[in-house]
Each structure stands twice: as C-alpha cells, then as structure tokens.
Design a protein around this ligand. Structure first.
Ligand code: ATP
Ligand code: MG
Length: 404
C-alpha cells in the first residue's frame, strides 16, 4: 500500500473572492514547478482544495518539495481505496504506521455520503478504532476530545478516502499575486530576509544592488549574486539590477559635509532605485531596514531620506530585533552567504560619525550645490540587469512562465 495523493489547503486564499482564480492558478503553477522533474505526479484542483496525484512518486519527496510554496496552509497525505472493510482496516493501519510522529492518543472520524454502505459512521469508528488498538498492543488510547491524531475516513459511492496527518505549509500568498516591488539588496543579513518575507506575502520581487568598483571588489558583487540565487529559488528566477554607483559616491564625498554623506548617499540610492522601479513597472521599494539598528535607520534619518520619493517603501523588518533577523536568515539559508566578509559600497564610505538625526533642510541645502540629475540618469542607463536562476534547479533556464 502507498499514499496515492496529497491534499493541499490554502487558508487565506479562500477569503479573497475576487482574485481567487488567478491566485489558485499561480499557486498551481508553482506547485507544478516545484515537482516538475517528478514526471508522474499530477496537480489538480477542486473548488477549495488542490491535489497532487502521486502516480507512484514518493509522497515524502513531494511534500518536502511543495511545503515551501507560498500560499499553502497545510498538506495531508491521503489514500483512495476500495470499499471493502478489510481494505479500510489495512489502509488505516498503514496510515498510522507512516506518521512522522507516533501519537499516544487518536480518534477516528468517519463521514458517509453513501448511505447504502453496510456500516454507519459509529460502527466504522469502532471497527477501525478497534483494529488500530489491537495492533498497537496497549500503547495507544482513544481520546475523542483532544487526540494527537485524527484519522478521517470518508465513504463515497466510488471509493473510500483516508487522511489525517496535517503538515504545516509555508502560509502567505502565492508569489506574484500582490504585484511587483523592487528589493534594495545589499550584501548584508537584513535585506535578503526582507526579500523572502515580501515574496511570502505574494510580491514579485526584482533586486537592485549598488556597487562601487574599485572600492568594492568583484567578490562583494558575487556575494550579492549568490544571495539573489537563493531568493530565486522561490520562483525559479529573479532579476538583479546592478547599479554602478562609484561616480556618485565620489562626488558625494567631495561635495557634502562628512556627517551628512551617509544621508545623501541613501537619498541618491533611493532616487535611482525609484527610477529603476518606474522603468520596470514596480509599485514599491523594499529595504532591510530595522528601526534604530544603525545611524541611517533612526526615525529622523528615515524622515530625511524618504523625502526624495512618495513611492511606498516597504520595510518588513522595521520592528524586528537583530537576533531574530539572524535566526530568520539562518532558516532561509542566506546567513552564511551574508556573513562572508566582503565590503559593501556603504561600508567603504561610512563616515566616522554619521548624523543620527539629520535634518531635511540641511541635506537639501547641501545637495543644492550639485546637479545630481544627469548622474542619476547615467547610473540608470548603465545599470546591468542579470536574470538569476534558482540554485536548486541547476542547469534549468525555464521559468514558471515558460513552463505553463
Ligand atoms: P543589510 O544587512 O540588509 O545590509 P544593514 O543593517 O547593513 O542592512 P544598511 O547598510 O544601513 O543596513 O542598509 C539598510 C538597507 O539599505 C539595506 O537593508 C538595503 O535594503 C539597503 N542597502 C544598503 N546598501 C545597499 C546596496 N549596496 N545596494 C542596495 N541596497 C542597499
Ligand atoms: Mg548593509
């Protein structure tokens, strides 16, 4: 006996009536993509569920692959069997033995849409429950109120279905269902985490990275490319816009008083990021900022920096402590890459004592002596755009759109 399908539930999606169809289609294609080399598995959907028909593929492998797909609330392996009571008993025992964690208590819940079946729901609960008890010599108890495991049996005219184990999914909304935003991706710990959280909430993300050769090395650029590979695992591919920032940084060093260079640098990054966003039809900019973490992330700094645009700036980590961010980065497998010691363009030019409470009037006054506009245009023009593929799918250039 083997599990033959997996039930997929999508919680929050069910409430979003209007966009429902496009949400479900997006999720379906992501699930298909995650298991596309398991050739026999098929993905189907009904009104409020999705199913993977295994056709002989290993259920654990499939679950492992799809449980990270955003939008999935939970998963359950399931069996479709014949109506013979002996077959139901065998299947119940099989289900029980496959559980990842041995329960101490259980119950059986039977539903019967076929009223002609020879046993009613109570009889079924007793028959199957008894069979599990006999085969678990005294280690197992029935608990109808709060069982560790609830085996669900559904009797229909065409077959009997068994399910019960509930495996938590990634949650969130399907990638791309919330629109597009640009992630300002540095080589640090925070911004990749901000990227994952945004994608989990359904955003399609494109990355923007500022680099300043020769002050920053090829290796620091490679580090950002490696991080983008990680982010690309979510959707199979991600765009990375690499902005040459040296000229502007050098000019800032020359023209702006030292304690305001950081504020100005951030403002110019934001102006350029916004121009790239507009060109690529994004609707927001995402950063890895966390309140009070460094001088540029005080409220006063954000107030001074944010002045240059009214595009929404999304800061998923704004209230998250560094220790928690580190734990998230570890879980998302970006920590090790971020921890590599290569310098970032901001680190190189960081002044000894950046203003933690910059003022808008002052920064506007200092910037008023220089016309940055042509340099911004040039930086946008010279931006190199890479299409980065997801690491897990080596040698695969297909993207979800190509596949379906
Ligand atoms: P991170 O760990 O993400 O680098 P951080 O704590 O080092 O963050 P900052 O260096 O102040 O903080 O950067 C704040 C945010 O500004 C980053 O999270 C990122 O979104 C953006 N940012 C900083 N440097 C760059 C860069 N070189 N290219 C693109 N975005 C950047
Ligand atoms: Mg940084």
């Amino acid at each position: 006996m083997e599990f033959d399908h997996i039930i997929i539930r999508y919680g929050e999606l069910s409430t979003k009536k209007r966009n429902r169809k496009s949400f479900v289609d997006k999720m379906k294609s992501h699930i298909r993509w995650a298991i596309k080399d398991l050739k026999h598995a098929k993905v189907t959907s009904s009104r409020d569920r999705m199913y993977v028909l295994l056709n002989g593929e290993d259920h654990l492998e499939v679950i492992q692959r799809i449980k990270g797909v955003y939008g999935i609330q939970s998963l359950s392996p399931a069996l479709k069997i014949g109506r013979d009571i002996e077959e139901v008993k065998t299947a119940a025992l099989y289900y029980f033995e496959q559980l990842s964690k041995r329960p101490e208590t259980f119950k059986i819940t039977t539903r019967r849409s076929d009223k002609d079946y020879p046993y009613d729901t109570n009889e079924m609960n007793h028959l199957i429950g008894g069979h599990l008890l006999i085969n678990n010599d005294g280690h197992l108890k029935v608990d109808v109120k709060n069982p560790d495991f609830n085996l669900r049996i559904e009797i229909r005219r065409e077959a009997v279905y068994l399910t019960g184990e509930i495996i938590e999914g990634a949650g969130g909304l399907p990638f791309g269902s919330s629109g597009k935003a640009m992630l300002m991706l540095s080589g640090g710990i925070d911004s990749p985490v901000a990227g994952f959280l945004s994608m989990k909430r359904g955003l399609e993300v494109e990355c923007i990275h500022f680099y300043s050769p020769p002050f920053t090395s090829e290796r620091s650029k490679q580090k950002v490319i490696d991080l983008a590979h990680k982010l690309a695992e979510v959707n199979g591919t991600i765009k990375l816009h690499i902005v040459p920032f040296t000229d502007i940084q050098v000019l800032i060093q020359k023209q702006i008083p030292e304690n305001y260079t950081m504020t100005s640098t951030r403002r110019l990054m934001l102006r350029i990021a916004d121009a790239i966003r507009e060109k690529n039809e994004g609707m927001a900019i995402i950063t890895g900022e966390s309140l009070g973490q460094v001088a540029s992330q005080t409220l006063e700094s954000m107030f001074a920096i944010n002045e240059v645009t009214n595009t929404p700036i999304l800061r998923p980590l704004i209230t998250v402590d560094k220790t928690e961010i580190i734990a998230m980065a570890r879980e998302m497998e970006t920590l090790e890459i971020s921890n590599q010691p290569f310098e970032d363009c901001c680190t190189v030019f960081t002044p000894a004592s950046p203003k933690t409470k910059p003022r808008r009037e002052k920064v506007n006054y200092y910037e008023g002596f220089v016309d940055f506009e042509p340099m911004i245009e040039k930086a946008v023009q010279d931006t190199e755009t890479l299409r980065i593929s997801g690491e897990k799918q080596d040698n695969v250039d297909e993207t979800i759109e190509d596949l379906f």
